[in-house]
Design a protein around this ligand. Structure first.
Ligand code: ASP
Ligand code: MG
Length: 414
């Protein structure tokens, strides 16, 4: 695809600015300046904004103080106000840069969602007004994170949802690229706060980025990457503080040799449950995981041991925020499935190595395990995909594990 080439000439670019990028008046003016420069280079631009700084958190806090129940319809109405403020201010700043623009709510931008308040899914895009605005020479500034439901109520797309707005608009408008501006200069080979020698990656495939987002990578929301992959929208993650080129997230390029391991991620947001002394017969796992799923509990890693004497143990991980509910569910089904004991660990660590080149390189698993063992780190659970290996380790050891693996797989910056 000739994306890079096209950027020199006329392209349609969706530029999304996160909370820190529009955090105060100066930042908003800097963003407007950048949009004006992009326009001056001959491109059409659609801007998508998040709420300023921590404004969404502040609104949630306010709602908590007012209402213990926080009716979801009203919570959504409240939270969408954050992005409305940003869009109006950015649009004003653009006009002072001599760029004609107009702001649009998610609803005005034609983002139609289901009725699942606080985590709505986009069902349909009808961006006619945005298209008209572009055609008449305006820069549309769209409020991220929000839409309107099939019941005509205002909805939000889940925390971090402005990325989804940006990618969905880019897909619907057939934009050449969706640029995600943030406070870091791109996607790194590990979290630079954990690994000072982490490197910025010039290019990552959608598949790798999805694995990273799902295992603790904090730069992009998983759903937005899935969406971008499905619609073939190239993403460019970059800094709104330095404006330097960042990381491209694109379709895997079969002509290029991929890094065996591209990145190491860490995650300490999960808890582990073990159901012990379960009869090793059909239906046990089905009963347990059906109950968990009925309660909306998302299970991540699952390990079942080989049975001895007709008994086995099932361990699995969940988000720590779901631990209590998961524990209660296990305690409830314990008798029904004839289990002896339910135990849980509140905080576990997970370290993952990710790389598309893993598919064709033997020895990656052995090197990972050897490295952990050399550093005295015990592996508690293991899970793999074709381009990822994850190990559950003690939460306190995760940072050590990431650093050791980063070095072992040759990722340290010179
Ligand atoms: N403002 C929303 C949030 O903080 C959406 C976003 O920033 O993407 O979650
Ligand atoms: Mg945000």
């Amino acid at each position: 695809m000739s994306t890079q080439l096209k950027l020199i000439g006329m392209a349609l670019i969706v530029q999304k600015f996160g909370g820190t990028s529009v955090g105060d008046a100066d930042r908003i003016r800097a963003v407007a300046d950048h949009v004006a420069r992009t326009r001056a280079a001959g491109n059409d631009v659609v801007v998508v904004v998040s709420a300023m700084g921590k404004f969404t958190d502040d609104l949630i806090h306010l709602a908590d103080q007012v209402s213990p129940t926080r009716p979801p319809r009203e919570l959504d109405m409240l939270l969408t106000a954050g992005e409305r403020i940003s869009m109006a201010l950015v649009s004003m700043a653009l006009s002072d840069c001599g760029v004609e623009s107009a702001s649009f709510t998610g609803s005005q931008a034609g983002i139609i969602t289901d009725t699942d308040h606080t985590r709505a899914k986009i069902l349909e895009m009808r961006p006619d007004r945005i298209r008209e605005a572009i055609d008449s020479g305006l820069v549309p500034v769209v409020a991220g994170f929000q839409g309107v439901s099939t019941d005509r109520d205002i909805t939000t797309l889940g925390r971090g949802g402005s990325d989804v707005t940006a990618v969905a608009l880019a897909a619907a408008l057939h934009a050449d690229v969706c640029e995600i501006y943030t406070d870091v200069t791109g996607v790194f080979s590990a979290d630079p706060r954990v690994v000072p020698k982490a490197r910025r990656l010039a290019k990552v495939s959608f598949d790798e980025m999805m694995e990273m987002a799902a295992t603790g990578g904090r730069v992009l929301m998983l759903r937005s990457v899935e969406f971008a992959r499905r619609h073939g929208v190239p993403l460019h993650v970059r800094s709104s503080f330095t404006w330097e080129p960042g990381t491209w997230i694109v379709e895997e390029d079969p002509t290029m040799e991929e890094a065996i391991v591209a990145a190491i991620t860490d995650d300490t947001s999960e808890a582990k449950l073990t159901v012990d002394g379960v009869p090793d017969r059909p239906g046990v796992a089905a009963t347990l995981f059906r109950k968990l799923s009925d309660r909306g509990i998302n299970v991540d890693m699952i390990v079942q041991n080989t049975g001895t004497n007709g008994l086995t143990a099932i361990s699995f991980t969940v988000a720590r925020t779901d631990l209590e509910a998961a524990r209660a569910t296990c305690d409830e089904v314990k008798d029904e499935i004839g289990a002896a004991l339910v135990t849980s660990v509140e905080k576990i660590g997970r370290v993952s190595i990710i790389g598309a080149g893993m598919k064709t390189s033997p020895g990656v698993t052995a090197l990972m395990f050897e490295t952990l063992s050399t550093h005295g780190i015990n592996i508690d659970m293991i899970s793999t995909s074709s381009i990822r290996i994850s190990c559950v380790v003690e939460a306190e050891k995760v940072a050590d594990a990431v650093r050791a693996l980063h070095t072992a797989f040759g990722l340290d910056a010179a």
